[in-house]
Write a protein that binds this ligand. Structure first.
Ligand code: ATP
Length: 436
């Protein structure tokens, strides 16, 4: 049973060192989170799984890493300065603020329950503005990017020149984005600072429909392949009145969160809007000349835009399980081995000096290939439970017999089955079980 209550995951994550409230020693900075020793590994693995599928396993996508700080010209061309707004309403009774388009009932305050107490909606720009350099003034204005996508559009020409790719091809990026959200909520689902994994896939205009359908399927399948059950995933096409003015089609990959279906990722057919805008604002040519057909055209763009931190929340919720074992409740995170913070735990049965050198030898051997947790405190049963709770797929136990038979025990997180394996065969046995 996946988690049905967000608190189950929030508590586990705090207790085990996945996610902390930011600046907690000062009372916490609202809706901002720090990723602890396990959370930072899990988040890294989510991003690596995305990079593996989007960049490593394909020959038509290139990776970039663009700046977080940007000048106003970029955001003027992209339309963010004018349009990246959410409708803000204030409740005149309890003084709370809400995003009008996310209210179940736009006439009733969800906080105090009063009806008819909302102000008129104001359009609130979500970009964080700052200044670059020591001199204040409009020339020094800079913005923290609210999405990674613009870096792919502004660098389109340079990437095209240096890579010699031709459409269809993509530019991908993973990194932090910042939005001054009116109502950040639901833990790491909606925060003001978060990480995105975005692909801009440039295609000949007449192929855009086909690639849009392709990426919708591909992205849904990625979550599925990493362990989210199909009954917790769906793709939802936007209605015409939800579409941005430049979009020829948008669909969300949605996940069944404890509060209902909600967006994990958006896939949009952005036409040639972005390249056209940047070409006209910058005066640079952002098009493609096909030497075979002598055609010059502005590619259309299919954009799968995912949140790494939001995906991490979904993977945790889907992986959570509790089961009864010998009249005890066992909590297990059934994370995909590629996502689990540690793939292997090395556990010497006792802290006694006689076992330590061999245990370290085994740890060194495995950690060359996999992330390993080494733990020698507490009774072995409690250590297994701890590893279950943080999602470690395999435990390798070194006991006193290991000194004589030069073999160790491998225990499986999901089945709790144990097998004895000679030390020289441990690494291939782990690889076989993890599947990589
Ligand atoms: P919403 O309607 O929920 O505000 P959006 O449709 O504006 O989101 P996009 O601009 O399409 O979101 O961003 C792409 C992805 O980035 C989202 O699907 C989500 O996974 C992630 N994302 C966007 N905003 C946030 C946020 N404030 N916190 C965490 N992740 C976010």
């Amino acid at each position: 049973m996946p988690a049905t209550d967000l608190d189950q995951i929030v508590n586990l994550c705090k207790r085990r060192g996945f996610v902390y409230q930011s600046a907690e020693i000062y009372g916490g900075f609202r809706s901002t989170y720090d990723y602890g020793p396990l959370g930072s590994l899990l988040l890294r693995n989510v991003k690596e799984a995305w990079l593996r599928a989007i960049v490593q396993q394909r020959d038509d996508v290139l990776l970039i890493d663009a700046a977080v700080l940007g000048p106003p010209q970029v955001w003027e061309a992209s339309g963010h300065l004018a349009n990246f707004t959410d409708p803000l309403v204030d409740c005149t009774n309890c003084k709370n603020r809400f995003r009008e388009d996310k209210l179940d009932d736009p006439t009733t305050c969800p906080s105090c329950g009063e009806t008819g107490t909302f102000t008129e909606a104001r359009q609130f720009n979500l970009m964080f503005k700052t200044q670059a350099g020591p001199v204040e003034g409009t020339g020094a204005d800079a913005f923290l990017r609210p999405e990674t996508a613009q870096g792919m559009f502004t660098n389109f020409g340079l990437v095209l020149q240096t890579s010699r790719k031709k459409p269809p091809f993509g530019i991908a990026q993973v990194g932090k984005s910042f939005r001054n959200e009116i109502t950040p909520q639901n833990w790491i689902f909606r925060t003001r600072e978060f990480e995105q994994m975005e692909l801009e896939f440039f295609v000949p205009p007449h192929e855009s429909e086909r690639w849009y359908a392709y990426w919708c399927n591909e992205r849904l399948d990625w979550y599925h392949r990493l362990g989210i059950p199909s009954d917790m995933l769906r793709i939802r096409a936007h209605d015409d009145d939800e579409l941005s003015h430049y979009s020829a089609g948008t669909a969300d990959v949605e996940f069944l969160f404890p509060w209902g279906w909600d967006e994990l990722e958006g896939i949009a057919n952005r036409t040639d809007y972005d390249l056209r805008q940047h070409a006209s604002h910058s005066g640079e040519k952002l098009d493609y000349f096909d030497p075979q057909t002598n055609d010059r055209y502005i590619p259309h763009v299919i954009e799968p835009a995912a949140g790494a931190t939001r995906a991490m929340a979904a993977f945790l919720l889907a992986a959570y399980d509790e089961e009864e074992v010998n009249d005890d409740t066992r909590t297990v995170l059934r994370l995909h081995p590629r996502l689990a913070p540690y793939q292997v735990a090395v556990l010497p049965l006792s802290k006694k000096d006689t076992l330590t050198p061999l245990a370290h030898e085994v740890r060194t051997m495995i950690s060359d290939r996999y992330m390993v947790d080494y733990d020698e405190t507490q009774a072995i049963g409690r250590r297994y439970r701890r590893q279950d709770e943080i999602g470690t797929p395999l435990c390798v136990t070194i006991d006193f017999d290991s000194l004589d038979d030069h073999a160790v025990t491998i225990r499986d997180r999901d089945t709790m089955d144990q097998i004895r394996v000679p030390i020289p065969e441990v690494l291939p046995a782990i690889t076989e079980r993890l599947g990589f």
